[in-house]
Design a protein around this ligand. Sequence first.
Ligand code: HEC
Length: 142
Amino acid sequence: MILRQAALAIFFAITFPATVALAHGDGAPQPVDTTGLEPLGDEWRATNPYRNDKKQHDIAVEIGSRGYNSNCARCHGLEAKSGGMAPDLRELGETESEDAWFISRVLQGAVVSGRQKMPPFEGLLNQEAIWAIRTYIDAQPQ
Ligand code: HEC
């Protein structure tokens, strides 16, 4: 019986490594404390509200750094320098359509050929946290 359970555990570890990692709390999405940023409300902004906000920009970079490192870096790379596993997010420009693309990807995640390549963050990260992460990425040198 114990052997059978061990065999099953090994089977699952090989077949569903991501599931096993998540079950151990490794790589699970982390909430981001956005204290210090003015609340943006429920309506989604069309563009990054912190980009040209002299007062909030640096706070956003700091909060975004924490949010990025705990939720995105394991795939998109430390300091937003991609190691090739996921796109280099510094290459996204700062236009309105690229802001919209960023938000939609982060909320919905990415499924490629039926496989979940990136988890959805809807309901886990609020608007302030997501725009702060965007501000942090844009502040990294190319
Ligand atoms: C489990 C790995 C993983 C995690 C964690 C992850 N991503 Fe991704 N992300 C990917 C992959 C893979 C793609 C490319 C999907 C595709 O091929 O369409 C992607 C695509 C994106 C894109 C679209 C990029 C483009 O140039 O089209 C954005 C924006 C993005 N991710 C932002 C984020 C942010 C912000 C976080 C953290 C909050 C995050 N991702 C967390 C794996 C991940």
